[in-house]
Design a protein around this ligand. Structure first.
Ligand SMILES: C[S@@+](CC[C@H](N)C(=O)[O-])C[C@H]1O[C@@H](n2cnc3c(N)ncnc32)[C@H](O)[C@@H]1O
Length: 302
């Protein structure tokens, strides 16, 4: 899950993401939110163009593509192609491109998209970086187009059986300080929100309209027979362990492969004994102004 807080950052090394973990995370997230595209965004027209930023394996984009007419077009952008799907498996109306979300997009992409979606691109993004990214992504939107940003925060650990330990899970989470470095963090898996961060106001300040934020807790997942709580906790521990592995060999980090392996084994035993996590899944949407004389973004529900 986690990436360095900024692609330019020297504080935290890049994390190689497991394809299976990302795809499993997609299932938990979609169940937690209950949607792929926020219901405040009008249903896309049959000619809609949709972009997914930090697309990873493209699992969100490919699922959206399945749910819309084949005449829609979909582009997944990512700073690296390492998780892109095999080209032979990609539908003809879907494309994947290498692109850093902080850098200017090619002219052919500007004002080309009805919906631009971002999910889980940062472990802890500073407001200034977030503003930079949002401004850059707004250049992709047609007038009246929508931006959707989904990310996590407020990780917490709980016991479900009295007297059991959650020390290893906690030590893993606490070891991730370099991923939450920086002032004025506004969103991301590694951060806890100590006060109202007024994310909606930041988006309104950038000129976005109809801005709305929803926050869903993962404790919304209530199907005990599917063991979603248990599987979701293991998924996040795997993610955190992957982040710690990237710190092995970093001077002063204190992380070794042996320490991580030991903690991982202990953490999984804790989860066996009922330790679980919750996270908040934050979804913010906003619309680029339609502009003078321009048609408001055309959706079939409008
Ligand atoms: C945790 S994965 C999430 C993948 C996908 N969005 C999902 O929800 O399954 C984070 C992805 O964001 C990408 N990413 C991180 N920083 C980025 C940046 N500055 N520009 C573009 N992609 C970035 C990473 O390469 C990685 O594929």
């Amino acid at each position: 899950m986690a990436q360095p807080r900024d692609i330019d950052s020297k504080l935290a090394p890049t994390v190689e993401e497991g394809v299976e973990r990302l795809d499993e995370q997609h299932i938990f997230t979609t169940k937690t939110l209950g949607f792929l595209i926020h219901p405040n965004i009008p249903a896309p027209s049959p000619t809609a163009k949709i972009a997914d930023i930090g697309t990873g394996t493209g699992i969100w984009l490919l699922d959206v593509a399945k749910s819309l007419p084949p005449t829609c077009q979909f582009t997944g952008f990512d700073a690296t192609s390492s998780s892109f799907p095999e080209s032979s498996t990609i539908p003809s109306n879907v494309a994947f491109k290498i692109q850093d979300m902080y850098r200017p997009f090619p002219p052919s992409e500007l004002e080309a998209y009805d919906i631009v979606a971002v999910r889980f691109t940062s472990s802890g993004i500073q407001r200034a970086d977030w503003i930079r990214a949002v401004k850059n992504l707004m250049t992709l939107l047609k007038p009246g187009g929508w931006l959707q940003w989904i990310d996590s925060c407020n990780f917490a650990l709980y016991n479900s059986v009295p007297g059991t330990s959650r020390a290893a899970c906690q030590e893993i989470y606490d070891g991730l300080d370099s991923f939450r470095a920086g002032d004025d963090l506004v969103l991301g898996l590694m951060m806890r929100e100590g006060r109202n961060l007024r994310r909606e106001e930041t988006w309104r300040g950038l000129g976005l309209e109809d801005v709305h934020e929803d926050v869903f807790s993962t404790d919304r997942l209530q199907e005990p027979e599917l063991r979603l709580r248990d599987k979701g906790t293991r998924n996040i521990v795997e993610c955190f362990v992957g982040c710690l592995e990237s710190l092995v060999g970093v001077e002063g980090s204190g992380w070794t492969t042996q320490r991580i392996e030991r903690l991982n084994a202990e953490a999984m035993k804790e989860v066996d004994q009922g330790v679980y996590h919750t996270l908040d899944q934050v979804c913010i949407v906003g619309r680029k102004p339609a502009g003078d004389g321009a048609e408001k973004h055309g959706g079939e529900n409008e």
